[in-house]
Design a protein around this ligand. Structure first.
Ligand code: PLP
Length: 500
């Protein structure tokens, strides 16, 4: 491009009516000219005086642009000899072919994501909508005492000490760990000291950390069949080989074949099996602990929602029965508080405390100490207990309203299971109904559910059903929302009957 052409080219690109300063427009236009090869490497740029006159800008503007181009490596300038376009084009020699490789006419596209990445995305379960009837696993965040939280927060921020504004030392804010260990000892019979508590961003992160520290890629991991898809994703992404182990009315029920090949790690939800809702019996708990002790299996106990139990007191935690230090207990504050808080905890055996404290700091560079300090005050002032108590009453009412609505539409024909605890239950469907098609149709009419089959690894054994979350649905909306869903279910069931 000659000087005159360069000036024309730049003039066509500089628009003085635009808000963007002329300096920036000129800089970007010159960068583009170099990157696209319009200004070839080695070409001499016009003097700043000449270019300024040709495109009618101040000479200083051009000087600044040349300086910036030099600083960013687009041009090189030598005093007295002028400014030249630098040679920055990618070198063909960079793509050196090994001699034995045949010349390939069509350049091979690199695979964008890894195999495990592709598997994760293909089986992803995260829903686009995280709120409304009947989204499972979500508490009523509109009921959260945000004014109390905001008052505690502003009080703490007024005297924010520097050590609360930096990275968290391994394990998290000590007073919160103390408050949680007191709470877990009393409420869940967890045997622990504050040192054994590690604060995380929730159960997902706790499991990720445990898996990274305790397993190697290719190790076997037992998961309940069915189980929470999020946990499955975390394990799969770590390269573990997942072994689905069936559950029955007493919880995890491994076959002799399963037991013959002990896993490195086993993930269980003993208090309220996710998603079906049964409680693991004491006999099964003891059998699992003994098996773990004999074969050096790590057990991860996911106690995600045991605070919301409606008819009976929860059984003590599995961790509380463990004398061999094989259980890692994980819990979340997301269901008691609000999911967006992203705060959870894990209780690790004493001999692993240092490993986990170092691991959490090394991998995730934890922080959020101010948030943890606010959480501590919230617990110590009694707000957590009273909020959970109030929510338990409210969710129990909603649970009953939804059961009534189901009864009004379907009588005894469709059973509800797992409604003793938690924020959801399962509405069972006949084996020939497609819970996935019903879920899609329900979403089109504005109602969220989750197909039970989605939680199974082996589809042949999957029971059909819909996961219905009631906690985040205002009382008055439950019956009308279920009427919509019932319409979808009725149409699907009559289509199945007509076809059979
Ligand atoms: C069984 C189970 N574990 C863990 C979680 C997620 O916990 P967190 O939000 O603390 O990562 C959920 C969420 O619904 C769950 O159902």
């Amino acid at each position: 491009m000659t000087t005159i052409h360069l000036a024309d080219w730049l003039n066509a690109r500089i628009d003085r009516a635009r808000e963007e300063p002329v300096y920036r427009q000129l800089l970007e236009a010159m960068q583009q000219a170099i990157l696209t090869g319009q200004l070839a490497s080695g070409a001499k740029l016009p003097s700043s005086r000449m270019l300024a006159a040709d495109i009618s800008v101040a000479r200083n503007t051009v000087l600044h642009v040349y300086e910036q181009l030099t600083a960013e490596g687009y041009v090189t300038s030598t005093t007295g000899s002028g400014t030249y376009v630098a040679d920055t084009a990618p070198n063909d020699r960079a793509a050196v072919r090994k001699p034995q490789e045949p010349a390939d006419e069509t350049p091979r596209k690199p695979c964008l994501i890894s195999k495990r990445g592709a598997r994760l995305i293909a089986h992803a379960g995260v829903a686009p909508k995280q709120w409304g009837a009947f989204m499972p696993g979500v508490p009523d965040v509109a009921e959260f005492p945000s004014r109390t939280w905001s008052r505690l927060q502003s009080r703490l921020w007024k005297r924010a000490s520097p050590d609360l504004l930096t990275y968290a030392p391994g394990g998290g804010y000590r007073p919160l760990r103390r408050a949680l260990s007191d709470y877990l000892r009393v409420a869940r019979s967890v045997k622990c000291t504050p040192d054994q508590i590690i604060i995380t961003t929730g159960i997902h992160q706790s499991i990720d950390l445990a898996v990274r520290l305790l397993t190697d890629s290719g190790d076997r991991a037992w998961v309940e069949e069915p189980c929470y898809w999020g946990v499955r994703s975390v394990l799969q992404a770590s390269g573990l080989t997942l072994v689905p182990v069936p559950v029955d009315e007493e919880g995890l029920n491994p076959s002799a074949r399963d037991m013959a090949a002990p896993p490195r790690i086993a993930l269980v939800t003993p208090s309220h099996q996710y998603p079906l809702g049964m409680v693991m019996s004491l006999a099964r708990r003891r059998a699992l602990l003994e098996f773990a002790r004999q074969h050096g299996v790590w057990i991860i106990e996911d106690d995600y929602d045991s605070e919301f139990r409606y008819r009976s007191r929860p059984l003590s935690s599995l961790q509380g029965l463990d004398d061999a230090g094989q259980v890692i207990y994980v819990g979340s504050l997301g269901k008691m508080m609000f999911p967006g808080l992203r705060m959870g905890y894990m209780v690790v055996p004493e001999n692993l405390v240092d490993t986990f404290r170092t691991g959490v700091a090394e991998l995730y560079r934890e922080g959020q100490l101010m948030q943890q300090a606010v959480m501590t005050e919230f617990i110590l002032d009694g707000h957590l207990t009273s909020h959970v108590r109030r929510m338990r009453g409210l969710y129990d009412e909603r649970r009953q309203l939804l059961i009534d609505a189901i009864g009004a539409h379907f009588g005894e024909t469709l059973a509800v299971r797992g409604d003793e605890a938690g924020l959801h239950f399962v509405l069972e469907l006949p084996g020939n109904a497609s819970d996935r098609a019903i879920t899609d149709d329900a979403l089109a009419s504005g109602v969220v559910t989750r197909p039970l089959t989605h939680y199974y690894m082996n589809q042949e054994d999957a029971r059909r059903g819909l996961m219905l979350g009631y906690a985040c649905v205002p009382n008055a909306e439950i019956a009308p929302a279920f009427a919509k869903l019932a319409g979808v279910i009725e149409r699907a069931l009559s289509a199945v009957e007509a076809g059979s």
